[in-house]
Design a protein around this ligand. Structure first.
Ligand code: FA5
Length: 335
């Protein structure tokens, strides 16, 4: 039995198998234990000799099992270490990462340009009331110009702002001149979409108010922006236009050298005196002093989506918010 048991212990290939062998020989009903149970029927002398013999066998087998168990545990550990070893020479796995949206990049770029000219960047609400989006901008409800910007109305009588010009009113209502601000933000219009029109798009507004501000300051600011954005050779063109909140008003375009054509970018003009008056009224209602009457200023609003479309040759404005990764990842760049 001894040889057979030792061979079984050595031959156990796993800890499970070894456990089985151990039970078979040394367990409560095992073969060695059964031998011990036979001792009672022997004469005392014989019993002592036989008992010592069986106990020695038991101890030997227990030792062999413990040794085999240690070996098997070591082997299992070695296998585990080998399988978990890290090969630092393998090529890494590239993790997908996000990036800034192409329109966000343009807004950052524009903001940087104007900040370097001393402008403050402010953002404002997209849910607005009629007073700030229209009335105070010289667009009373009967004014036909209100139809120029079709509006998304909310159930509570408020609206989604149709332009960032609402922030002209909001900022002046709580700040005194002189001031220089730009406002990047989203605007909404209830209109059919096509390749150049979206119902949600971005605008970048500018407002400068002080003493003796003129149209020349407006042209200077837009020209500086154009040069910073499109290179030293960029040229700007102004054409008379109508906005209820400016007098005079002008649309401006930038010469797109690469494409050899003018790019209509946005509207601008000198702030209409009625706007200053309306702002002073709003201030007075808040108990604030009337400080805008007699001041001068200019404002502009341009479309960053158009800058991106022309700069990158994007043929359709609806790509911006189509959430197609094939489009978006082209402009990922570094964060
Ligand atoms: C305005 O919204 C005026 N608030 C701009 C302004 C500000 C004028 C301050 C004077 C003083 P307009 O509706 O033209 O103006 O829009 C300005 C620019 O927004 C356009 O030149 C165009 O680039 C962009 N834009 C207008 N409608 C859409 C549209 N549906 N989709 C994408 N871009 C648009």
């Amino acid at each position: 039995m001894r040889e057979e048991a030792l061979a079984a212990i050595q031959g156990a290939a796993t800890l499970d198998a070894l456990g089985g062998v151990k039970t078979r020989y040394l367990g409560k009903n095992g073969l060695v234990t059964a031998q011990l149970k036979t001792l009672g029927s022997l004469a005392p002398d014989e019993r002592r000799a036989r008992g010592a013999e069986i106990n020695a066998l038991k101890a030997e087998l227990e030792g062999a099992v413990a040794e085999r168990e240690a070996t098997l545990r070591q082997e299992a550990l070695n296998a585990k270490l080998a399988s978990e070893a890290i090969d630092v020479t393998l090529p890494g796995v590239k993790l997908p990462s996000g990036g800034l949206h192409v329109v966000t990049r343009i807004l950052y770029e524009l903001s940087d340009i104007f900040e370097s000219m001393g402008y403050r960047v402010v953002e404002g609400r997209e849910v607005e009331d009629e007073t700030h989006n229209f009335d105070a901008l010289n667009m009373p409800s009967w004014h036909p110009a209100r139809d120029l910007q079709d509006t998304f109305w909310l159930e509570n009588g408020q609206l989604l702002r149709t332009h960032t010009s609402n922030m002209q009113v909001r900022y002046m209502e709580t700040h005194e001149p002189p001031l220089k601000i730009v406002v990047p933000g989203r605007v909404y219009r209830y209109e059919a979409t096509d390749a150049t029109h979206e119902s949600m798009f971005h605008q970048f507004e500018g407002l400068v108010v002080g003493e003796g501000i003129t149209m020349a300051d407006l042209k200077g600011a837009i020209s500086e922006m154009a040069r910073a954005m499109f290179g030293r050779g960029a040229r700007v063109r102004f054409q008379p236009s109508y906005y209820p909140f400016t007098e005079p008003g002008a649309d401006f375009a930038i010469w797109w050298d690469q494409e050899q054509r003018w790019l209509e970018l946005g509207g601008s003009g000198m702030v209409h005196p009625n706007v200053f008056r309306a702002v002073d009224d709003l201030r007075a209602a808040k108990g604030l002093p009337r400080v805008y009457e007699g001041k001068t200023g200019f404002a502009f609003g341009l479309g960053p989506n158009r800058i991106a479309m022309l700069r990158y040759g994007i043929p359709d404005i609806r790509y911006f918010y189509g959430n197609d990764l094939r489009f978006l990842t082209q402009f990922k760049g570094d964060l």
